[in-house]
Ligand binder design. Sequence first.
Ligand SMILES: [Fe+2]
Length: 474
Amino acid sequence: MYFQQFYLTCLAQASYMIGSQGEAVVVDPQRDVDLYLDEAKAQGLAIKHVIETHLHADFVSGHREIAERVGAKIYLGAAAGAKFPHVAVHDGDEIAVGKLRLRFLDTPGHTPESMCILITDTETSDRPTKLLSGDTLFIGDVGRPDLSPSHTPRQLAGLLYDSLRTKIMTLPDDVEVYPAHGAGSLCGKNLSPERWSTIGKQKQFNYALQPMSRDAFVDMLTAELPDRPEYFAEDAAINRDGPALLTAIAAAPLDPAAAQEKITAGAVALDTRPASVFGAGHLPGSINIGLGGQYASWAATVIGLHKPLVIVAEDDEKVEESVMRLARVGIENVVGYLRGGVEAWERAGYPLQTVPQISVHQLQEHRRPNPEEWQVLDVRRLGEYRATHMTGAIHQPLDTLAKALEAGPLPGVDPAKPVAVHCKGGYRSSAACGLLQAHGYREVYNVTGGLDAWVASGLPVDAAPTACAQSQKT
Ligand SMILES: [Fe+2]
């Protein structure tokens, strides 16, 4: 058996190619599919099948792209209601790939149509050896149950309990588990960085597989779900309808005057450079989402899928990467990129804005004599904030910051006073700094190293909420 996991860090997403006897199947492909086609060619495999474990909400999948380019059949759970030619599969259906037998297990819960795939290599044994668990079972977690418009989270959590206990936990302990996501994915609450595991280990260590009643499981799974980005519903719909095929997606070069014109007409300048470089000088009003992190997810979460974008990057290669990574989540409205980057902008006489970067020690020195004057804004997620936060920090996750700012000044944050923004390490906070500047906060600082550096320096933290912009609102 040929078996390969492809892991896309930007989206914390895993896809798979599995082959035998010159045939292959691809499971949960990313939108740009050359990597599978190239690998299949190198392995002497013909891709005959593409399987979607479910309608992904966090990225646009490459199922139609592969089908179009190599003539493969697409398989999806019957409950998906997919609107393109496909084989609608039911519990117990099987397909053969060379000497491999792939059995579909109907495992509703994360979504109503979720399927897992159990693989048996009949050349070596009649026992299954691998489970492609989609977003039903992650390593250390399970799929979130609140992404369906047709079911309530409690209904889906109940279905997930049944699926896990009747279809997954009954498998032999040595069956290997390969999920569709890893750490950082918003399809669960707290995924492990491990890329695979076994049923036995998950039964031992995964909190969701421990003995408990159905009600207790439902209560636990539906409590404090992470924010659901608005683009999730749109991506699921795109995957159901059949994503458009990727045509040439090169962005047009714009000289500074043309870029300024687009921005004046409503385009968002998306600066994809590292936080420190963005801080040193950027287009006024631009948003910094660096290529060094989960760029596409954050771009979709913070900006949405439809706003026209002007990309600002270091060079043409980075522009190309930026545009492709955006297409993977369904952002296609890139109206151009700033030719020559920020240097050309400055040479043409246009103004730059800065975000001073301050260390945790500098922040502490500023705050010690004057805690009222120096506001600290923590833009991590609620679970991270609850676990530990800087004493006196105000909480507003980056996920919902843009929306909160559109509604008015942040509760508890005075736009006339300095705001030091931090996250875990300085990536999300840089995006937040750009948003705050764009909404009139003039004295904004990015805390380099974030809470990790603060904690490592032994500076004061609390483990329970203090002033919390979010909890004041809810
Ligand atoms: Fe998912």
